[in-house]
Design a protein around this ligand. Structure first.
Ligand code: AMP
Length: 119
């Protein structure tokens, strides 16, 4: 899908909205969350607009793989990717999960320990 008018993360992907970008490639852009919930809190988004993880179809397989590959690269670059560390990947879908930006994004959270189950 082409950039969606008024979509915040399409704006970041296009370079029209400022963001602290830590990595980008052909399919994805990764930038720091403006309201970090952990010492490392990076959002990884596909360049192509997809509404949310619950809207992913077989045609999006390339984007989904690219998000996971990007997450691994960001975690390694942030020093939390080794076998002695770790991180959490989160995709919120819909109001029950408090999804607030309707452009698929994966939260990469790390640099501290996390509870389970999440709140
Ligand atoms: P979610 O609630 O899963 O939709 O996550 C949206 C995330 O986007 C939140 O963690 C926000 O803090 C973050 N966010 C909102 N606006 C921006 C922005 N301009 N740059 C970086 N992160 C943002």
């Amino acid at each position: 899908m082409s950039p969606v008018d008024g979509c915040l993360f399409c704006g970041i992907v296009a370079g029209d909205v400022p963001a602290d970008i830590v990595r980008s490639d052909e399919r994805t852009v990764a930038f720091r969350d403006v309201s970090p919930q952990a010492p490392v809190h990076v959002l990884i988004v596909p360049r192509r607009h997809i509404e949310h993880a619950g809207a992913v179809g077989p045609e999006d397989a390339g984007e989904v793989t690219a998000l996971l590959v990007a997450a691994r690269a960001v975690a390694d670059a942030e020093g939390i990717g080794g076998k002695d560390r770790g991180y959490r990947l989160v995709c919120n879908v819909g109001p029950d999960a408090l999804n607030s930006v309707p452009h698929l994004h994966m939260h990469l959270l790390g640099g501290r320990t996390f509870d389970w189950p999440p709140g």
